[in-house]
Design a protein around this ligand. Structure first.
Ligand code: CTP
Length: 218
């Protein structure tokens, strides 16, 4: 009997949180790392679902692409695809806050300042890991400006994941938007491995190989 392909769910890119029809809160994530992971997972023979925030990257061939805009939409789409997946790579730079309300029409300037109240966005990864099945491998991503290793290790337990891939985003060489990347991969069992510096596709290939080692034999 032929083994079933590994099912991999990947989230990528930023989310946008609007406070009127034309203005939003977001972050500089380009989506490149998530798209590189999608290509690497596909090349490993996996079946890939890619839930992507707004990016200007070509649609990767051989993967199912689910475009979303807000964290709420990303949450719903990821939630719908999570059950049958074997691997979750939660690479998206989800906005941590969103405007508490959204004006139906464009806000007009009146020469004065504007205060926008923000509320926290649900933690998608924590919600998914709370209902994980045995055998699933979950990977979180961390963008850190300092204490990269300690913060990455703390995130393992906080998010209930097997691996955290941490990027340093401090300074002008930070990972956001750049072609290259260096990741510190940490695991629950004390595992530590540096991937890169290398192109995002090479880092993605190494990361997919590490995840493959943790899948139950099938
Ligand atoms: N994440 C998520 N839902 C959110 C925020 C983040 O699923 N609302 C995921 C990201 O996709 C990533 C991981 O959680 O995989 C990052 O964790 P997070 O706590 O957001 O990291 P930081 O933003 O670095 O956290 P902190 O501000 O606490 O350092």
């Amino acid at each position: 009997m032929r083994a079933m392909a590994v099912r991999c769910l990947i989230t990528a890119g930023p989310t946008r949180e609007f406070f009127d029809p034309v203005r939003f809160l977001s972050n500089p994530s380009s989506g490149r790392m998530g798209y590189a992971l999608a290509a690497a997972a596909r090349d490993a023979g996996w079946t890939v679902d890619l839930v992507s925030g707004p990016v200007s990257l070509p649609e990767p061939s051989g993967v199912m692409l689910y475009p979303v805009v807000t964290a709420e939409e990303m949450m719903r789409q990821a939630d719908a695809l999570f059950g049958p997946c074997d691997v979750l790579l939660m690479c998206a730079a989800v906005s941590d806050w969103r405007p508490a309300s959204r004006h139906a029409s464009k806000l007009k300037k009146d020469g004065r300042g504007l205060t926008v109240e923000l509320e926290p966005v649900p933690d998608i990864l924590a919600a998914l890991s709370a209902r994980r099945r045995p055998g699933q491998v979950l990977v979180g991503f961390a963008a850190e400006t300092e204490d990269v290793e300690a913060n990455a290790v703390a995130k393992l337990a906080k998010k209930g994941v097997d691996l955290v891939a941490a990027n340093s985003v401090a300074g002008p060489d930070g990972a956001f938007g750049s072609e290259d990347n260096a990741v510190l991969l940490v695991g629950r069992d004390g595992f530590r491995r540096r991937l890169g510096p290398a192109s995002k596709s090479e880092v993605a290939r190494l990361l997919v190989a590490e995840v493959a080692l943790r899948l139950p034999s099938r």
